[in-house]
Write a protein that binds this ligand. Sequence first.
Ligand SMILES: Cc1cc2nc3c(=O)[nH]c(=O)nc-3n(C[C@H](O)[C@H](O)[C@H](O)COP(=O)(O)O)c2cc1C
Length: 178
Amino acid sequence: MKYLIVCAGKYGSTLQTGRWIGERLEGDVLVTEAREMADPGERDVVILGSGIYSHTVLPDIMQYVDKYRETLAGKKTAVFGVAIDTTGVFVRGKVHGGWSYILPLIERLPAPPVYAGLLGGEINPMKLDDGDREKLERFYKMMDMGDGVLFKTRMTKQAAWEFAEKLMNRMNSDWGHP
Ligand SMILES: Cc1cc2nc3c(=O)[nH]c(=O)nc-3n(C[C@H](O)[C@H](O)[C@H](O)COP(=O)(O)O)c2cc1C
């Protein structure tokens, strides 16, 4: 099986997660960044991942899907989001966070992916650009979570490997076909 993993991120956690997923997959795996726009033509399975910013995926991954829409229609696909809130909450009749982050990407695909999931990300204040640091500071203040942006990681190789294992199982079962 030939896999292409396409990652859209700003600070490296999506790419790292993509590499961990790739390590566990059995087959020929190529891990790329979305902005490289790698041609999925020769690949059997395309896995699309994005860091989550302000409740949604990054534009790079949507542009990738739009560019290769026709090719992707004939492929098996999978989707992952990398975020701090991987669970989500239900408030005032709506889902916030968790799955709601990656639904726009799932819905943009020409056919439903065989598998999708949310994986834990990371916030490293040492890496953030000024704009992102200010956004997070404002958000933390609003949520009464203190003034500074602290280091936080929810990334684990184990979760990425589980994603890869579940994807491989899904492809071998009826559950992978909606
Ligand atoms: C400006 C900013 C906005 C973010 N917005 C969200 C969000 O809405 N929900 C969430 O769960 N995580 C959010 N995060 C956390 C990122 O999803 C997390 O840092 C992720 O690992 C980023 O992936 P990357 O390093 O590949 O860019 C945000 C992070 C930043 C810096």
